[in-house]
Structure formats: C-alpha cells, structure tokens
Design a protein around this ligand. Sequence first.
Ligand code: ADP
Ligand code: MG
Length: 348
Amino acid sequence: MTMFENKDQSFTPLSDLGEFGLIDHLTKYFKISKKSTIKSIGDDAAVLDLSEGQTVMTTDLLMDNIHFDLTFTPLKHLGYKAVMVNLSDVCAMNVFPTQITVSIAMSDRFSLEAMEDLYAGIQLACETYGVDLVGGDTTSSTQGLLISVTALGQGPKEKITYRNGAKPNDLLVVTGDLGAAYMGLQVLEREKEVFKVNPQSQPDLTPYDYLIERQLKPEARKDIVELLDKLKVKPTAMIDISDGLSSEILHLCKQSHVGCKLFEDKIPLDQQVITACEEFNLNSTTIALSGGEDYELLMTISQNDYDKIKGNPNLSVIGFMTEPSEEPHLVTRAGQSVALTAQGWKSF
Ligand code: ADP
Ligand code: MG
C-alpha cells in the first residue's frame, strides 16, 4: 500500500526468474563508461585498474522502516537516493565517484516490477553521475528491503580532503541551502497520516515541491568538486551534511582540533523551508542545524582563498574556525552566543 502507487501495474513474482535471471534482467541496460573498469558484472569479481592517483571507498546500508518509508518513497527514488548518499561521501573527499556495487536483500512481497523501478533509479543515478555499476549481491530475506551500496572514487593525492585539516581563522563555507530535506519528510509524514484515514485522498504537494524533491531525490554535489577544481580552491577540510549542520561542524572541530563561530543570519534557507517551518511551528535555525539529509558539502577554506569564492551563488560563508579553547558556538541574530550540540544548539 503506497501513496503514489501506479494502480494498473501487473506483478510478476521474483521466483519466476531465479537469481541469475533477475540480475541479468535488471542490469542488462547498464553501460560502462569508465576506463578504470576492466570487468564489471558477470564474473566472480569485478576488475578495476586504479593505478592513477588514490582511491576512496565508502559504503552505506539502508534499511526499510529505519532509513526509508516505502509508504511514500517510490522505489525509483529509493534506488537513486541509495546511490546518492554514497556518491555524496565520495564528493566530500573532493574526489569524483567512479564505480559502485549494489547489494539487495528483499522479501517475496517485492515483484519483478518493483525491482525494475528500483534499478531504474540506480541506472539514472549512474548515468547522471558517470558512474559504473560493477557488481553486487542479491538475496532473499524474510521481510522488508535492505539496500547496501559501496562507492569508489579516484583522484590525485594532493586533492583529497579530510575532516582534520581545518585551521583557526579558516572560513566555514556551506553549499546550497539547509533544512529542506527534513521539512520534506515532515510534509510526507503528515500526508501519510491523512492517507491512512482516507486512502482515496490525493494530496496536493505543489507548495512543498522543493522540500519533497530534496527528501526523495537528493543530489550529490559533484558539481562542487568540479567548481573547486575550476576555482583552484583546495578546502582545508570537508564533510557532507547527512546528519545536520551542527553535528557536521562538531565533527570538523573535533577532528581538526579547532573551535568554530557560526552566524545564525548567514545560514542559507530556501523560502519553502521558512514557510513550512512557520506552518509546522518549528524554528528554522533548529531545522537547519539538526534536520539532516541535505547532502550539501561543508568545508573550511583559507582566508587567502576568499576572493576566489566571493559572490559565488553556490557557496555561503557561514562562519569561521577559532582556537580550540573556544567551544564551537552559534552567534544568534540577537547577538547571543550559544553552544552548538549534536542535536542543534543550547543556551549557555
Ligand atoms: P556469487 O555467487 O559469486 O556471489 P552472484 O551470482 O551473486 O555471484 O553474482 C553474479 C554477478 O552478478 C557478479 O558479477 C555480481 O557482482 C553481480 N551481481 C549480483 N547481484 C547484483 C546486484 N544486486 N546488482 C548488481 N550486480 C549484481
Ligand atoms: Mg552473490
């Protein structure tokens, strides 16, 4: 039972194909575009030539009812998002993603058509980001759906950016805007409650289109890796925003042994976030700080690089790093200092 279900679909049980038939069927239209992919799906293991630069590798596991809700997550979007969360981690190392593997465990309540939708999203992600699907594993489970994606990326050693390189006085810079993915989830969860009572209802989600897109179809900021290259800016530290701005700032501070001063009035918010926060009676700063799933990049850059990024619409300077003796804190619009906590912020 899903909110956006295509009601005229026919369903083929997965058992009609068998495991090998299923993998063949789902992956036959995937193309290989990377020189470094020597052998992809079809043998006991993929073969890659990673002799240039350094290789980064990351993995994420997404579990039904924990990380996603199939009531309002179309499977195509889920496939896309499962790839994006991994590509975002690769981009956060200032590296271009190159290959992924995808492993799936699913119960027999999923049909062939459902798996086709999931793989359509995975394929769209691969094509859009120029990434090769080179393998995976497929198994049945007693209930639900589990997706594990591993992503690789390759880049020159000098460019790879860690969480631990921030220095006092470096500028704190964030891409895009924050809080929209979380507000999208609030809207979808509210509509789910309406749907439970009245399954015939067709929600009008137009006023929330940006929020919902940010929740269901996030994008990894590969364009920022390109932009930094073009501007000749190497961040001193970088991290992607999966859990919320404040917890990511705390990671940078802890690993770099610095403090941080963040300015509330500099935090970039979309108008839809501001409007939805008013409607839901939430504080938009709290949502930006603790909402999560924005998949923007948070970086620190040397003040010497400020002229290179000044005025760029993709990059907002939201604060600066300080000596470690100063705790990471937020300066509010009223000029008050409040300590940043992993959940957001608290008054001194
Ligand atoms: P093995 O028995 O050695 O694990 P499999 O039969 O599971 O091999 O896999 C055969 C091929 O299909 C391998 O190349 C594997 O990487 C690929 N593969 C299996 N499952 C998936 C999947 N869900 N998505 C993409 N490729 C897959
Ligand atoms: Mg296998």
